[in-house]
Design a protein around this ligand. Structure first.
Ligand code: NAD
Ligand code: UFG
Length: 336
């Protein structure tokens, strides 16, 4: 299939290009580079041994998107483009709502007018809010999102479901990602956060490499085995291959389909820190800090539906995730 990746220069998109290429699909990337570096695409090109067709454009730019669809016949779109920082979204709600909602509205309208009605949407475990059941299945009711970022994911899921309900020609796959970490094993591409990282793994790797003094562990009094927050970390290459599997669902005219993409294993903050130290033989100094507002104690999924229906399951374990995150960081201490 010929696939358009919006936001394809970013962390998950760049890894997904490689898996799509391996599976024999051709790709085209549109990205406004607001949170990415074109060097990522040059490095992906080296890995796959061919150029990655790319246009620098904003998905909200209707003219540019129209031109792209005029010039290409896409079989499906994987819609990664969006702003994704929880904390920033609380401080800049209007920017988050405006970017994430409008980009999707423009994209869907342009797709419709060019009769491309197959879309995979990057959703998030955040839509479950404080989960009603653990492990989380896709039937688990959506919850209250405590931040504008999460609200955009939840609302856009509704928009996509309404669209598919109204026009059965659409195939819509909502992929609810759990916590992607790791990097491609070659170590030339990876997560490249701007400024001080918000997320656990980049904070760990930047501490290990000496850019940060110590990791703050946000709370050790949760109702979890060691008191620190438990999450379902998934290797970004596994997450990437989940998109290839989702395309198979689209090829079978799945209509609306929703999948959790996680491993089904929960690891605490201290589990991750210990695994990282053990696998990589480097120190990660840490201090216990107060809880971070909006955090929940435990979030991990039951990934059985994706296995049963897509034949997809995560292959990498926490040790490989820690190894590959460190491999990327130590080879690229300043990112791209
Ligand atoms: P990322 O920031 O690395 O990639 C997103 C890309 O979208 C960036 O390259 C950015 O420049 C681009 N972009 C943003 N707004 C755009 C616009 N209006 N037009 C064109 N390009 C635009 O993030 P990522 O980690 O690769 O995440 C990809 C998707 O997955 C996002 O939608 C994110 O919300 C979602 N997601 C990420 C996580 C995570 O922990 N990384 C978890 C759940 C869901
Ligand atoms: N944590 C720390 N110290 C840090 C950073 C994080 O202790 O410096 C802890 C958090 O309190 C939490 C765990 O590490 O217990 C994971 O935190 P992350 O910020 O890495 O990830 P979150 O689970 O909070 O959220 C991430 C993405 C969201 C996405 C969600 C999906 O940031 O965009 O996963 O589950 F929606």
């Amino acid at each position: 299939m010929h696939i358009l990746l919006t936001g394809g220069a970013g962390y998950i998109g760049s890894h997904t290009i490689i898996e799509l290429d391996k599976a024999g699909h051709s790709v085209y990337v549109v990205d406004n580079l607001s949170n990415s570096n074109p060097e990522a695409l040059r490095r992906v090109a080296k890995i796959i041994g061919k150029e990655v067709p790319f246009v620098e454009a904003d998905v909200r730019d209707r003219k540019a998107m129209d031109a792209l669809f005029e010039a290409n016949r896409f079989d499906a779109v994987i819609h990664f483009a969006g702003l994704k920082s929880v904390g920033e979204s609380v401080a800049m709600p209007l920017e988050y709502y405006e970017n994430n909602m409008n980009a999707t509205f423009v994209l869907l309208d342009v797709m419709r007018r060019h009769n491309c009605k197959n879309i995979i949407f990057s959703s998030s475990a955040t839509v479950y809010g404080e989960p009603a059941v653990i492990p989380i299945t896709e039937e688990c009711p959506k919850g209250h999102c405590t931040n504008p970022y999460g609200q955009t994911k939840s609302m856009l899921e509704e928009v996509l479901m309404d669209l598919q309900r109204a026009d059965k020609a659409w195939n819509v796959v909502l992929l609810r990602y759990f916590n992607p970490i790791g990097a491609h094993p070659v170590g030339t591409i990876g997560e490249n956060p701007n400024g001080i990282p918000n997320n656990l793994m980049p904070y760990i790797t930047q501490t290990a490499v000496g850019m940060r003094k110590e990791l703050g562990v946000f709370g050790d009094d949760y109702d979890t085995p060691d008191g620190t927050g438990v999450r379902d970390y998934i290797h970004v290459c596994d997450l990437a291959s989940g998109h290839v599997a989702a395309l198979q669902a689209i090829q079978k005219n799945c209509g609306l389909a929703i999948y959790n993409l996680g491993t089904g294993h929960g690891y605490s903050v201290l589990d991750v820190v210990k695994a990282f130290i053990k696998v990589n033989g480097v120190d990660v100094p840490y201090v216990i800090k107060p809880r971070r507002p909006g955090d929940i104690a435990t979030c991990y999924c039951n990934p059985a539906k994706a296995k049963a229906e897509l034949g997809w399951e995560a292959k990498y374990g926490i040790e490989e995730m820690c190894r590959d995150s460190w491999n990327w960081q130590k080879r690229n201490p300043k990112g791209y």
